[in-house]
Design a protein around this ligand. Structure first.
Ligand code: NGQ
Ligand code: ZN
Length: 451
């Protein structure tokens, strides 16, 4: 058993003061409020739940900052994608493990406790299956083990390059399956996940571009009650191509043809009309928002105020991992709307409410739903917690919701002190406990990838 004492903590049912929290086997076994600190309690000033990172492509961490130079034909999401495809030419299982471990250590340092790994580099450099079809999933599991992060593994089904079952491109050769091959991958991944204490296995049709309606129906059956994630409407061209193919926009098509419910996470539901916003909010699915990557790739802005006003569920993801910082995802979620609407505190909801707290609590709940786990800190839930560094200038004298605002809008990841996964400190003083080792292995991996 481990015991903690916090002067202040954000529990699932709100802020509480002078809290003793006991952890047995990674889970919270008791919470006492207005308590007295006992000998042996780990004492910290202010704690919040670790956030779920609902969308990551860990391998893309290795190319962060390498796509910011103009190319010959003008730059877009689609030219970035060509560079991204080339970045995996020399990726091995060991390289993936070491790049992913770096990204996961940074996620923990940035306030995330669990990652939804939307994993699609499955085959070798020639596009041939490895002898073990799940060896790249095993690399992701090892990276989770190396760092301690919680893993919701989302093997991706990918078969086509565009709507209507178009043949895949050369750059996509490492991603491809038929349904039978994908079932074998899922079986292999399920075995590897047993090494982790609380892993979840979901699945992910890559996008409506990459699957046929028949394949999508088969995947929905295969998922059972597990999380189903899909890239849905990130680019205007994607919306236009979907309309040309089906007469419907992507979110409208999905809502019409699939039983979309609270198992689903629609990643980058960026481009929706008002009917789609209403339909998606009513479905109970989570909108998977990745504001930093969506800005970096020039995607556009999600209809956040309209969607949230209708009770739509949201969560955030670090996606391309060009930056890894939970607070910055939330900050840019709000800042995109401020710039667009020339207003302030757009996503706070009601008068007098803290924007930071509104966004943080919505994404704790939505992130947990999308990752298939319970939300927030309560008895029986996992002890995935973050303490803020109250000596940080931005956090001085802050308490409760004001501390969340100061973290999100001012301190950023520099305001994080400790992070606990299952009650064990994996980040101390803002640094992952194995950062030096993980960084050394990361340097070896990127040398092999790019030299
Ligand atoms: C991905 N990433 O699969 O990594 C995608 C780009 C695509 C983002 N959408 C590729 N951020 O959608 O075809
Ligand atoms: Zn993605």
């Amino acid at each position: 058993m481990v015991s903690f004492f916090f002067n202040e903590i954000l529990l699932a049912d709100g802020w509480a003061k002078d809290v003793r929290l006991l952890v047995v086997d990674g889970r919270i076994s008791a919470i006492e409020t207005s308590a007295i600190k006992q000998d042996g309690d780990a004492h910290h000033a202010l704690a919040i739940p670790a956030l779920g990172n609902l969308h990551s492509h860990a391998f893309q961490r290795a190319m962060a900052g390498m796509t910011e130079v103009t190319g010959p034909t003008g730059d877009s999401f689609w030219t970035w994608r060509e560079i991204m495809y080339r970045s995996v030419d020399r990726l091995t299982p060991e390289g993936l493990r070491n790049v992913a471990a770096m990204a996961y250590a940074e996620m923990l340092e940035g306030g995330f406790g669990r990652v939804g790994e939307f994993h699609y580099v499955h085959h070798d450099a020639d596009g041939q299956g490895y002898a073990d079809p799940a060896v790249m999933s095993a690399a992701i599991v090892q990276a989770a083990q190396d760092t301690g992060i919680g893993l919701t593994h989302l093997p991706v089904f990918y078969a086509h390059s565009g709507f209507g079952g178009q043949a895949p491109s050369h750059g996509q050769r490492r991603f491809l399956h038929d349904i039978d091959g994908f079932v074998r991958l899922m079986d292999g991944a399920r075995e590897y996940l047993r090494c982790l204490p609380d892993a979840i296995l979901g699945l992910a049709p890559h996008s409506l571009r990459a699957v046929t309606p028949e394949q999508l129906a088969a995947l929905e059956q295969l998922a059972g009650g597990a999380p189903i994630h899909i890239h849905i409407a990130e680019q205007v061209k994607e919306v236009e191509d979907c309309v040309a193919w089906s007469g419907q926009r992507p979110v409208a098509w999905l809502l019409d043809h699939m039983p979309v419910d609270d198992r689903w996470c629609l990643v980058h539901a960026t481009h929706m009309d008002a009917d789609e916003v209403r339909g998606m909010a009513a479905s109970g699915a989570v909108a998977g928002l990745c504001p930093i990557t969506e800005a970096n790739l020039g995607d556009g802005l999600f209809s956040a105020p309209e969607f949230m006003a209708l009770g739509g569920r949201i969560g955030v993801g670090s996606d391309s991992n060009v930056r890894i910082d939970a607070s910055e995802e939330l900050r840019w979620l709000e800042y995109g709307q401020r710039l667009l609407r020339r207003g302030r505190n757009v996503l706070a909801g009601e008068e007098g409410r803290s924007t930071g707290q509104a966004l943080f609590q919505a994404s704790v709940i939505g992130g947990a739903q999308a990752l298939g786990v319970e939300a927030g800190l309560a008895v029986g839930h996992v002890a995935d917690m973050v303490s803020l560094d109250m000596n940080h200038p931005s956090l001085a004298r802050k308490s409760g919701a004001a501390a969340l605002d100061a973290w999100i809008f001012s301190a950023g990841r520099g305001g994080i002190d400790h992070v606990w996964r299952r009650g064990r400190a994996v980040v101390q003083g803002g640094r992952h406990i194995d950062r030096d080792y993980i960084t050394a292995r990361y340097h070896q991996a990127v040398t092999k990838l790019f030299s």
